[in-house]
Structure formats: structure tokens, C-alpha cells
Write a protein that binds this ligand. Structure first.
Ligand code: MLC
Ligand code: AMP
Length: 504
């Protein structure tokens, strides 16, 4: 079974139903029925096939949310080709790394992003044979009447998503149709998706949360997606109050902003039409959950996932929804919590989460050694994926609380920030001898990067921030700089970040 086999149910059962509505700013909404959306995808698949796109080829996407993103994605996977999404906030170096490593033949983007791509080193673009600009999408489409898509199996790769760059360079997690199907089928039942659900989707489609948890489940359920180009707190709250949607998925930063916006409203807050609010990708503060419940009457359902594994754990839809907990394993997900020796801890003790299930990816693209170190085989030969997330499981309820991460990773507003990457950038700035980047708690973003520097002479902070933003996505620029005579290191010379004191 491949993803289109599942989408075919809604496509053929309810062809005239609204699949996708897209709106940005004051522009009129664009709408696509199931027949229109999949018809457009088939015509593009036929055109891409004529262009020469083959099963297994990689196609990079550097795009904000738009209908063309969805159409192009459905076309690419229809051909058994592989989407390689790139975070739209990424800049020269980050894009260059993904293009170099991911070797796409084709890149799909918008005309407005071409100058950013022009900035990327030519060698990084060596594998690219063409760029499809979505404004010209119709020129790439051909008649699909005679088009016969290739056979695509469940084990074929659908996505390569770049993540987990604890060494400074992210690696591509190869995610198969079966992996995505496993997450979708788990969520469709666990969250009781219905075909008359309407999902308000403001999360970016270049990440698992928006793409797999949001778009895929909605298409598989035969539901409607109200896709927005980006999150805007005023517009989102207006839409949530308008009564059109039943589902809303977001990262905690978005809920913090929605709470702020709701507090400013004088009109009555009636969200009785909403069936479910979910949060994930970063820890939801219990205060946010409580404030949201006080304002709307809804208890946000928190779940835990990962690019490599899709969705893993979730609070139960029918309750209880426990603040600060990510719930229990979803259907089909097996979990262990283990100590440093890889032995199961006694329930209630802290350990690392290991997972297995059809949702778990098979390997990192062209990084066999990284794949090998990310999995352990048990006595029965079953492969367990090491998440790097530390957790404790309540012995009675089975609910899990996440306690932190083993790896050096900052999660800001649901985006991953690898300190090593910023450190490498900072030390190329004139006058910076050493740099350590650590995550500081922040009420809105969850965590923000703070740079601890050893400098040779005074540096201009505005200049170094501008430098970081030229080299890297803006959200990775340090929010604060602290200066030290030296950074704490152990006898081997290894940086001891946990010994850095940030207090004034
Ligand atoms: C934007 N900015 C951020 C940021 N996003 N800073 C820190 N952290 C972030 N996440 C900065 C920009 O660089 C810019 O600064 C300023 O904020 C305003 O930019 P913006 O574009 O207007 O921001 P905004 O649209 O408000 O974005 C905030 C946001 C966005 C929360 C809507 O970050 C977002 O969409 N986050 C969701 C990420 C997500 O989907 N994660 C799922 C990963 S999947 P300046 O100074 O440069 O102008 C995963 C698995 C799982 O983790 O379990 O789901
Ligand atoms: P990514 O690599 O972008 O897929 O991010 C996955 C990581 O996000 C996980 O390994 C967790 O550390 C974190 N994460 C996801 N959901 C939650 C959650 N509900 N609470 C805390 N952390 C989360």
C-alpha cells in the first residue's frame, strides 16, 4: 500500500467535497475539491514524468504553504519520487548543505525565493537540473488521461527530512510510505478523525507536524483542510471564533500567542464547535494549557513525535489529558525506557525512550554509521530506535513525562536549533576565539539560544547578529551574548556546557 492508495478512498468516494481551501492576507480564498486537487496532482505527475522524473529521484521543496505545495507533493509521491523539504527560513549555508547531501534533480520554489537560492554556492546546486517555480506550475502540467503511474510500494521512500544535526550538520531521515501510513492510521483512530472534520492548518508543510499530522491525516480522513500561508495570531483567533473549523494543531509558542490574543478580545469566546486542540513538537507549559482551558473550555491534547518516527505518544482523546505529560504510546508504537546500559528501567525511573513500530524510519540518507549508532537490536533481533529523549513513565497510568534531551539541541518555537552549527558560525566572526551556545528558557519561544563567547577584542553585537542572520536562519541568531575569560572544559579539553552559569 502507498499513500495514494489511502487517499484514493476519499478521492473516489467524495470527489466534490472541499479538500483544500487556501487563504493568505486579504486575497480571495482558493478552493479545491478532492477531484480537483488530485486531478491537478495527476496532471503535474504526468508532466514531471515527461520531464524525466523517475521513481526514487529526489525533489527539493523550498516553499511556504500554498496549494501548489500540496499539488506538487502529491505529484512527486505519485511517481514514487522523494520529497526533500527545506525549512523556508533556512539561508545560504543550510540550503547548500541539504542540496549537496540530498542531491535533488529538481527544486520547487516560488519566484520570490529565487534570489535566496542564487546566493547558494554553485557546487551545492550541482545535482539540480531544473527549478520549477510554482507560478509556472500549469506549464509543467500535461494531460493525465494516458498517464500510468509506476508501481509504488509501501517500503519505497516518500520523504527525506533533514533533522538531528547534533554534529552541526543535519542528516536526512528516509521516511517510507509505510512509515507515514503507520503514523496516520494510529492518529486517525486515536484522535477519532471524522470525514466532516475541518482542520485549520497554520503550521509549515515542510515539517512533520504540519505535513504528516495535519495534511496527511486530513486527506486520508476525507476531511477539509483550511491551509494558511503562515500563522498570524489575530487571523487565527478570528478563524477559530468563526465556527468553520473543528480541529487545530499547533506548537506551544502558537498557543502562547493565541492565549495573549484571546485575552485582548472583548467579544464572547465561543469555541464549542471545536472538537480538538492538539499541541506538540516542544513542551507545552501547564500554565498555557490552563490559561487556554480557562478561556475556551478546551483542554489541549499534548502528544510527542519526532521527524524520524512520526508520532509516538499521545494523551488519550477520551481523557485523561494530563498537563506536562505526553501520554501513552499510540496504536502500533512499542516503547521502552532504558538506562545507559540499554536495560529497561523500573517503571517510574528516568531513562531514554527507545521505540519500534512501522512508524519508525529505516535509515539516514548516506550515513550508515549514524544509522547504526541510532538503533540497537534486542535478543529477538528487533531494532529499537534511540530517541535521545529522557522520560519517566507513571507506573500506574502508563503516562509518560518527558524530562529533557540527551543531545545538545534547543527547540525554539518548534524549530530545532543545533548549538554546534551556531558555534561554528560564531567562531568564523572576527574577534571570536571560542563560542558555546546554550538554550535559555523563554516564556514565548520555550527556549532561545544564548551565546557564551571568549573574545579577542570587543565585538559589535548588532554586527555579529546580522552576520549570523546572513549565514543561518534568523531564528538561530543568539538572543543574548555573555562574555567569559574562558569556557569550562574537562581534562580532555571537552566543553562542559552544563557548568556555564548564565545568572547575572
Ligand atoms: C520565527 N522566529 C523565531 C521562530 N520563528 N525565533 C525563534 N524561534 C522560532 N521558531 C523569528 C524570526 O527569525 C523573526 O526574527 C521573528 O521571529 C519574526 O518572524 P516571523 O516569520 O514573523 O515569525 P512567526 O511567523 O511569528 O513564526 C513563529 C511561529 C513559527 C511559531 C509561527 O516559528 C512556526 O511556524 N513554528 C512551528 C514550527 C513547526 O512546525 N515545528 C514542527 C517540527 S516537527 P528576525 O529577527 O529574523 O526578524 C517536530 C516533530 C513533532 O518537531 O513532534 O511535531
Ligand atoms: P524534530 O527532530 O524536529 O522532529 O523534533 C523532535 C523532538 O521534539 C523530539 O525528540 C522531542 O525532543 C521534541 N518534542 C516533540 N514533541 C514534544 C512534546 N510534546 N514535548 C516535549 N518535546 C517534544
Amino acid at each position: 500500500m502507498n499513500l495514494h492508495d489511502l487517499f484514493a478512498i476519499a478521492r473516489h468516494r467524495t470527489p466534490d467535497k472541499l479538500a483544500l481551501q487556501f487563504r493568505t492576507g486579504d486575497k480571495p480564498a482558493e478552493t479545491f475539491s478532492y477531484a480537483e486537487l488530485f486531478g491537478a496532482a495527476d496532471r503535474l505527475a504526468a508532466g514531471l514524468h515527461d520531464w524525466g522524473l523517475q521513481k526514487g529521484d529526489h525533489v527539493a521543496f523550498y516553499l511556504d504553504n500554498c496549494p501548489e505545495f500540496v499539488i506538487a507533493y502529491l505529484a512527486v509521491i505519485r511517481l514514487g519520487a522523494v520529497m526533500v523539504p527545506i525549512n523556508r527560513r533556512y539561508r545560504r549555508r543550510e540550503i547548500g548543505h541539504i542540496l549537496t547531501d540530498g542531491t535533488p534533480r529538481l527544486l520547487i520554489t516560488e519566484a520570490a525565493q529565487l534570489p535566496i537560492l542564487d546566493d547558494v554556492d554553485a557546487e551545492a546546486k550541482a545535482s539540480l537540473e531544473d527549478i520549477l517555480v510554482v507560478e509556472d506550475l500549469s506549464e509543467w502540467q500535461t494531460d493525465a488521461a494516458e498517464f500510468a503511474p509506476p508501481v509504488v510500494e509501501g517500503d519505497d521512500t516518500a520523504l527525506i527530512m533533514y533533522t538531528s544535526g547534533t554534529t552541526g550538520r543535519s542528516k536526512g531521515a528516509m521516511i517510507s510510505h509505510n512509515n507515514v501510513l503507520a503514523t496516520m492510521t494510529g492518529l486517525l483512530s486515536a484522535w477519532a478523525w471524522e470525514h466532516d472534520d475541518v482542520l485549520l492548518l497554520v503550521l509549515p508543510l515542510f515539517h512533520t507536524h504540519g505535513l504528516v499530522v495535519g495534511l496527511h491525516c486530513a486527506l486520508a480522513a476525507g476531511a477539509t483542510t483550511l491551509l494558511r500561508r503562515k500563522f498570524d495570531s489575530t487571523e487565527t483567533v478570528n478563524e477559530l471564533l468563526s465556527g468553520e473549523s473543528t480541529l487545530f494543531f499547533a506548537v506551544p509558542t502558537i498557543y502562547v500567542r493565541v492565549v495573549d490574543e484571546l485575552r485582548q478580545r472583548s467579544e464572547p469566546i465561543d469555541m464549542s464547535h471545536m472538537r480538538l486542540f492538539c499541541s506538540g513538537s516542544a513542551p507545552l507549559a501547564p500554565e498555557t494549557l490552563k490559561a487556554f482551558r480557562d478561556l475556551t473550555g478546551h483542554t489541549i491534547l499534548e502528544r510527542y513525535g519526532m521527524t524520524e518516527t512520526g508520532m509516538n505518544l499521545s494523551n488519550h482523546y477520551a481523557g485523561p489529558r494530563v498537563p506536562g505529560s505526553v501520554g501513552a504510546p499510540l496504536p502500533g508504537v512499542a516503547m521502552r525506557i532504558v538506562n545507559e546500559q540499554g536495560e529497561d528501567v523500573t517503571p517510574g525511573e528516568e531513562g531514554e525512550i527507545w521505540l519500534r513500530g512501522s512508524n519508525v524510519f529505516s535509515s539516514y540518507w548516506q550515513a550508515p554509521e549514524k544509522t547504526l549508532e541510532s538503533f540497537t537490536r534486542d535478543a529477538l533481533g528487533r531494532r529499537w530506535f534511540h530517541t535521545g529523549d529522557m522520560a519517566r513513565q507513571d507506573p500506574e497510568s502508563g503516562y509518560v513525562t518527558l524530562l529533557g534531551r540527551q543531545h545538545d539541541l534547543i527547540i525554539s518555537g518548534g524549530f530545532n536549533i543545533y548549538p554546534r552549527e551556531i558555534e561554528e558560525t560564531l567562531t568564523t566572526f572576527a574577534g571570536v576565539r571560542e563560542a558555546a551556545v546554550i538554550g535559555a528558557p523563554h516564556p514565548e519561544w520555550g527556549e532561545v539560544p544564548v551565546a557564551c563567547l571568549v573574545v579577542e577584542h570587543e565585538i559589535d553585537e548588532d554586527e555579529i547578529i546580522a552576520f549570523c542572520k546572513r549565514e543561518l536562519a534568523g531564528f538561530k541568531a543568539p538572543r543574548e551574548f555573555r562574555y567569559f575569560d574562558e569556557l569550562p572544559r574537562n581534562a580532555m579539553g571537552k566543553l562542559q556546557k552544563h557548568l556555564i552559569e548564565l545568572e547575572d
